[in-house]
Design a protein around this ligand. Structure first.
Ligand code: HEC
Ligand code: HEC
Length: 103
């Protein structure tokens, strides 16, 4: 098979799309919320309705952590404890949109 100019164009487009894909997924690696005593209150709020290990597969598959309930605690406590934000930290709401829970 001969690879002509058109084929090279196609290959270039595929490479660029893959590159963008990798670049975006790299940005997802924001610090996770530590799963420690300090953060237990947030984990508990998010998973208070979590189905137990013996719940139906359906319930376990479609369970969504209550992130909004958990986020209520983030900012006030970080303020109180003086946890520093890095410079240029983005808008400080919806923390869990970027900082994922460990679990
Ligand atoms: C009861 C207090 C408290 C609450 C509630 C809390 N934090 Fe924290 N957080 C801390 C303290 C103190 C630290 C400093 C490090 C440590 O002790 O874990 C910290 C550290 C962090 C870090 C940095 C971890 C690291 O590895 O550097 C992230 C990210 C974070 N918190 C996110 C959150 C998010 C998101 C929420 C809400 C879902 C939240 N925290 C709720 C007290 C709290
Ligand atoms: C739009 C995304 C976004 C949102 C929303 C967001 N953050 Fe961050 N946060 C970042 C990024 C990016 C960093 C810096 C680099 C990293 O953590 O990997 C960061 C860093 C931090 C750090 C320092 C982590 C460390 O390792 O030193 C803390 C603490 C933190 N954020 C807490 C919070 C809290 C609490 C909220 C909600 C009130 C919040 N963030 C909302 C993106 C976000």
């Amino acid at each position: 098979m001969k690879i002509d100019k058109r084929d090279w164009m196609f290959i270039a487009v595929v490479v660029v799309v893959l590159g963008i894909f990798v670049a975006i997924s790299g940005k997802e690696k924001t610090t996770l919320v530590p799963n420690n005593a300090m953060h237990k209150v947030s984990y508990d709020a998010a998973y208070k309705n979590a189905p137990g290990p013996d719940a139906s597969l359906y319930k376990r598959t479609f369970f969504k952590a209550d992130k909004k309930a958990a986020e209520v605690y983030c900012e006030p406590c970080h303020k109180e404890k003086g946890v520093p934000y890095p410079p240029n930290h983005p808008a400080k709401n919806r923390c869990l949109f970027c900082h994922k829970f460990k679990r």
